[in-house]
Design a protein. Structure first.
Lengths: 409, 585
């Protein structure tokens, strides 16, 4: 018996036929939506508490003897006098939070650290009229920037995120409280704010990169406040792209940021192979230029970027740089080289000549010059300590003890 | 029951014990009836439209005049009225403010308000896809096979690529123009265009000034009808020709409909005289088309193909087609931006000839769209298959998830504005202006000014933004003088009482050098790799107040050389950083 079937001609069946593809499409989209893994690029949500540490590698007595180290460090004690944020940044970085000094006028490490973390200490040292060092705006914490016309500019932060990087280098954990004038936060909040504010058009990013390496590694990406994804490879590319002399202190802080990234990558392995290779190649290239550009006495001038001993202008190397510039460049270069991987190191003779020149320069420089150029001098002193594998405060304490013993004898 | 139904019934009731092939065929036959069947040509239509959807969605929101339009739209929506005086630009004395695109601007703003920048991007993609769909329709109604019509649409998209990648009110015109062509194709056999086309013009004249091009097209059609009638029946019998009467009526109704806008018939005058504004002579897209450009390459390439087809086409070129080609070719030669319209006219005119050369004009087509009878049984064999339908569903799904816009719609994940806009958009600078609470009149490169104007929501007023026809020629010259750091630049700042200068490292390099020579009068308040924000100091602020001691910024912090421009927040006062590398995305 034949089964009768209704012809496919009714409006309803036509509607059903045409709606089926639509239903299938909607179903596919629905499954896609449900199964799509919502990967949160926000690595800022969970962060390890302690900053990564870059251990020292070397001990070359030829760079500076113990006595020379002591004498140099004696010349770069934390400066007395009115509070100066940039000086405290450099002093804390050199001496560390544990440093204690007998002279009550010399701020010890704990005091300097508290200057940054506690507004009460800040006001005590900077004065009650000084505007706060940190403030929160639109949910982000930022430091007060140095401004030339500001009567309180000595207590402002000179570089973007330099305070954060200093806290990282001082081993301050992320859960350490940050007591601001209008509220309490943590160092972790300061870090998150810095990362949210970061963008690839930023003028200065050296200290942001250092903060990232020390606090955020091995997290590889995050999103800034504009919703732009920031990833590690992009950050490295940004550091590598700029011409060598561009940036603060003749571009040397960028090199420091790169070596810190490389050294911490040794521990946690976050860089891609491509970025790692590019980074090492770049540093190796810089090292070659430094070898070629080192002056006979051991220092470097601004001509280092050309890889020659002269800048190519009419003035000779002797006349086209001041002592301050030589101390600044030599100290910074020696400092990042002390942290650099072995494969980019110049011959030891280069390091020793630079170190010995620095010792002589720092010991012979006038007090006022040291005082006015405190920052670069601390970099130089730190470089010497790194090449001796010694903590600056302990090296200085050992020198004091030797002095006491020698006097007793 | 038809024989087909009987055969189907036999298949479905056959007892078991059959081979796998037979059973499979029966099952396939069963489910295929639940789906519509598409032909290969229909599948290609869906494929091409989906490809256009995906390709267009790869374009970010452009950094230029979109934001100026949105700023106008915001003003209109928030005030609830159309302004009689330009609220954002600078009018010459006695000049009335005519804002042709007010409806597009208001709609754009509402879309942004409710759907964010992702909504704008979706609108862009849909408008372009609809425009190409309209072009395909305009070709199809000329009795061209669907496959060729789809090819014509793809050609239109390629020709319009230099321009269609930017969301602008003219995208509405890119839908209106092909629909006008559709109406004219249907006019000889239908009266309905007499109703819907004037309504479309009424909408069109409130979104973009390109509606006058619709009049040009109708005019060409009318002229061709008059010439044809005059040639066949003599001048005295022109009005006896039905097509001539209908076309004239259509033109009259369309023109009348454009009077129904807030600005009345004055709008038509404004649009017709728009291109004469002296400031537009400096804008590249108003320059004549040259061969050594993408626009020129596309245009002259299409002219070459035209020449070949004139020689080889088996289909006669009508007077109407010739008039269209000549009119729009001349217009495109005179101004590059007219390529947008050439990209519509050329495929609509030329695709039937291409099809005639290679075959493809439907032998059985009438002037109606090919509608199938309701009782027609779709055969399971032949071009139309349910498998094509399944493939079409798959194509649409893939297009949705592959395109950033479609993916955002499907997943419901809103994308941040910085991810949707073009790289050139000064997102950081605009945010900095907000953060530093900068107000007043500013200088900014025109490429940034619209976005800064939009983002600041009235707190800053750029000297010039992309709507250059809204400013006087003196101001336009001042803008150019200041931007280039040419002689008299300082007087421009004083004359316009600028409070801040937003400068591009590359484009305003000379001005930056000039500023450094007069460091006491200017202060850098922000610097990044893209540009600077410089504050114009009032004369008294440069003097040091008694009792104040400024701590000299340590040279350790500033770098080597001493600064020649005063510095404030985190800035490098000496070397100008190079601009970001062009390959950074």
């Amino acid at each position: 018996m034949k089964r009768t079937s209704q012809p496919i001609s009714t409006v309803a069946s036509q509607l059903l036929r045409w709606s089926l593809p639509v239903i299938m499409l909607l179903a596919a989209c629905g499954i896609y939506r449900v199964t799509r893994v919502s990967t949160s690029d926000d690595s800022l949500a969970t962060l390890p508490n302690q900053p990564n540490v870059v251990p020292v590698r070397y001990d070359l007595p030829l760079v500076a003897t113990d006595q020379q180290l002591f004498e140099v460090l004696n010349r770069v004690l934390p400066p007395e006098g009115p509070a100066h944020t940039n000086n405290y940044v450099h002093a804390l970085r050199l001496w560390g939070p544990q440093a204690k000094f007998a002279n009550p006028k010399v701020p010890d490490g704990a005091t300097m650290l508290s200057y940054f973390l506690d507004d009460a200490t800040f006001r005590k040292l900077a004065g009650n009229n000084a505007p706060p060092l940190f403030r929160e705006t639109d949910g982000l914490i930022d430091s007060r920037a140095w401004q030339e016309a500001d009567p309180h500019n000595r207590t402002g932060a000179v570089h973007v995120d330099d305070l954060l990087a200093t806290l990282a280098e001082s081993g301050v954990p992320l859960d350490a409280p940050l007591k601001m004038r209008d509220g309490v936060a943590t160092v972790g909040d300061l870090l998150r704010s810095a990362m949210r504010r970061f963008h690839h058009e930023q003028h200065e990013y050296e200290w942001t990169a250092i903060s990232y390496a020390r606090y955020l590694f091995p997290a590889k990406r995050w999103k800034n406040q504009y919703g732009q994804p920031i990833d590690l490879d992009g950050l490295v590319d940004e550091l590598l792209e700029q011409p060598l002399p561009n940036g603060v202190c003749g571009g040397t802080h960028r090199l420091e940021a790169l070596v810190v990234l490389a050294r911490i990558d040794d521990q946690v392995g976050a860089l891609s192979r491509r970025s790692r290779r590019k980074l090492i190649q770049h540093l190796g290239g810089v090292s070659q230029r430094l070898i070629a550009a080192q002056q006979l006495e051991g220092y470097w001038t601004r001509s280092w970027t050309t890889g020659s001993q002269t800048s190519g202008e009419e003035n000779t190397a002797e006349t086209d740089s001041s002592l301050y510039e030589r101390i600044l460049l030599t100290g910074h270069h020696l400092e990042w080289l002390a942290l650099a991987p072995p494969e980019v190191q110049p011959p030891r003779e280069v390091i020793v000549r630079a170190g010995q020149w620095l010792v002589r320069a720092l010991l012979e420089a006038g007090d006022s010059e040291l005082r006015d150029r405190y920052g670069p001098c601390t970099h130089a002193a730190r470089a010497l300590c790194l090449w001796r594998g010694k903590d600056p405060y302990h090296a200085w304490r050992q020198g004091q003890l030797r002095d006491v013993v020698a006097q007793a004898e | 029951m038809s024989a087909y139904d009987t055969a189907l019934d036999d298949l479905m009731t056959k007892p078991s014990g059959e081979s796998f092939e037979v059973r499979a065929a029966r099952r396939i036959a069963r489910w295929e009836h639940w789906l519509p069947q598409l032909s290969k040509a229909q599948l290609s239509l869906i494929g091409v439209l989906c490809a256009i959807f995906v390709l267009t969605s790869l374009f970010p929101l452009h950094h230029t005049d979109l934001w100026g339009h949105l700023a106008y739209g915001r003003h209109i929506v928030e005030n609830g009225t159309l302004p009689t005086v330009d609220p954002l630009g600078e009018a010459a004395a006695g000049e009335t403010f005519t804002n042709v695109s007010w409806l597009a601007q208001a709609a754009g703003y509402q879309l942004w308000k409710h759907a964010g920048p992702g909504g704008l991007q979706l609108a862009h993609v849909l408008l372009v896809t609809l425009a190409i769909g309209a072009v395909i329709l305009a070709i199809r109604v000329q009795r061209v096979a669907l496959g060729w019509a789809v090819a014509g649409g793809a050609i239109a998209y390629l020709l319009a690529m230099p321009i269609s990648g930017v969301i602008r009110p003219q995208l509405f015109g890119m839908i209106g123009l092909p629909l006008t062509l559709v109406a004219l194709s249907l006019l000889p056999t239908r009266r309905l265009p007499l109703l819907w086309l004037p309504l479309m013009f009424k909408l069109w004249c409130n979104v973009h000034g390109s509606f006058v091009l619709g009049f040009v097209v109708i005019g060409c059609y009318l002229a061709s009808g008059v010439l044809a009638a005059a040639k066949q029946q003599g001048l005295s019998s022109i009005w006896k020709e039905m097509v001539v009467r209908r076309t004239a009526l259509l033109l009259a109704l369309s023109v009348a409909a454009t009077g129904l806008n807030p600005q009345g018939f004055g709008l038509l005058f404004s649009v017709l005289t728009f291109g004469n504004h002296s400031n537009l002579q400096s804008i590249v897209e108003w320059h004549p088309t040259v061969l050594a450009s993408l626009t020129g390459g596309l245009f002259f390439g299409s002219l070459l193909v035209t020449g070949i087809l004139i020689r080889t086409s088996r289909r006669r070129f009508s007077i109407y087609e010739v008039l269209l080609l000549i009119t729009f070719a001349v217009a495109t030669l005179l101004a590059m931006r007219m390529l947008t319209w050439w990209a519509i006219i050329w495929p609509v005119v030329m695709t039937p000839h291409l099809a005639a050369v290679f075959g493809g004009v439907s032998a059985n087509a009438t002037s109606r769209l090919p509608l199938r009878s309701k009782t027609e049984i779709t055969p399971l064999v032949g071009d139309r298959t349910a498998m094509n339908t399944l493939i079409a569903v798959a194509i649409v799904f893939v297009a949705l998830v592959v395109s950033p816009v479609g993916d955002a719609v499907v997943t419901g994940q809103e994308r941040a504005e910085a991810m949707v806009v073009s790289d050139e958009t000064p997102v950081i600078l605009a945010d900095t202006i907000d953060r530093l609470e900068i107000t007043g009149k500013i200088f900014a490169p025109m490429k940034w000014a619209d976005y800064l104007l939009w983002h600041a929501d009235g707190s800053v007023s750029p000297l010039v933004f992309s709507h250059v026809h809204r400013i006087t020629s003196n101001t336009w010259q001042d803008y150019q003088r200041l931007g280039q750091g040419a002689e008299g630049w300082a007087a421009v700042i004083a004359r316009h009482q600028l409070t801040h200068l937003v400068l591009d490292h590359e484009d305003n390099h000379r001005l930056i050098l000039r500023l450094r020579e007069q460091a006491d009068a200017y202060r850098v308040v922000h610097r990044d790799q893209r540009g600077l924000i410089v504050e114009v100091l009032p004369p008294t602020a440069t003097e040091l107040q008694p009792g104040e001691q400024h701590v000299k910024k340590s040279e350790h912090a500033t770098g080597m050389a001493s600064p020649s421009v005063k510095v404030t927040k985190h800035s490098e006062p000496t070397a100008t950083l190079p601009a970001r590398s062009s390959n950074k995305s």
